[in-house]
Design a protein around this ligand. Sequence first.
Ligand SMILES: Nc1ncnc2c1ncn2[C@@H]1O[C@H](COP(=O)(O)OP(=O)(O)OP(=O)(O)O)[C@@H](O)[C@H]1O
Ligand SMILES: [Mg+2]
Length: 220
Amino acid sequence: MSIIEVRNLNKYYLQGKDKNHILKNISMKVNEGDFLGIIGPSGSGKTTLLYCLSSLETIDEGEILFEGENIKDFSDKKVSDLRQKSFGFIFQFYNLIPNLTAYENILLASVIANKINEERIDSLLEMVGMKEYKNYFPNEMSGGMQQRVAIARALVNEPKVIFADEPTGNLDQKKGKEIMDLLYKLNKENNITIILVTHNEDYLKYCSRTINLIDGEFIE
Ligand SMILES: Nc1ncnc2c1ncn2[C@@H]1O[C@H](COP(=O)(O)OP(=O)(O)OP(=O)(O)O)[C@@H](O)[C@H]1O
Ligand SMILES: [Mg+2]
């Protein structure tokens, strides 16, 4: 069984009175342990697809199944549980909360999911190489350091799937590669399914599969 299955997904955005067709009849399957790479030109719908797959956005037509169950049939509570506990998110600009320390940013994610485990936070900080910086605020950290904290935050509730939207987009090549190596390790050693949007074709070598999204349609 696929961990995520998409059937005939269509997504529109209204712009003024125009109805723009953003995702066009997309069907795909993601298996547990996949490292799926999504590439495509700017504006082709990559972020929108990631948001639809992770229930951050609603879909207009079609179906998304998580572990064989149709998300359409989930209660609001079950959808938010899915986002908080089964999914982890990593964004291009890290999205850490500025007035919370590294440790507190991670803690907050576990508080929201009601899954507080302070030992786990310490071991995640160690795993991402940020143990000594646990009391640093985001503006005291480099971009690469902030992204490491964001990865620890994404992992704190033991997600099955990590959605990463251009996680290296704001980092230099060396820092970007370190982040990719970390994601690769999580995929290989912890069997976390990863769905990665990237502009960097060099990083597709980390992926077990690649999808090319062009103008809302894809070519595998
Ligand atoms: N909330 C929104 N309301 C209206 N239109 C939107 C919204 N979000 C995205 N769009 C439009 O949908 C299209 C796809 O946007 P999306 O952000 O998914 O592209 P992308 O492939 O992630 O691009 P990039 O590589 O620049 O991040 C674009 O034309 C964009 O203007
Ligand atoms: Mg995008």
